[in-house]
Design a protein around this ligand. Structure first.
Ligand SMILES: [Zn+2]
Length: 55
């Protein structure tokens, strides 16, 4: 049974696993968040509409 000082990155097994999970989490947040600081005159900042037939 690991003691607390043996698992500093709980619930992750290591710093590497923790960072991998954080990167995935931040990437997801970034994609679903509003482009608050995007210039208003940049039409490309909006994601393309999804084609319902593609899925
Ligand atoms: Zn791991």
């Amino acid at each position: 049974m690991p003691r607390r000082e043996d698992a500093p990155y709980r619930p992750f097994c290591s710093y590497r696993c923790k960072m991998i999970d954080l990167h995935k989490w931040f990437d997801e947040q970034y994609r679903i968040s509003e482009p608050l600081d995007a210039p208003a005159d940049t039409p490309d900042s909006a994601p393309p509409p999804r084609d319902p037939d593609e899925e």
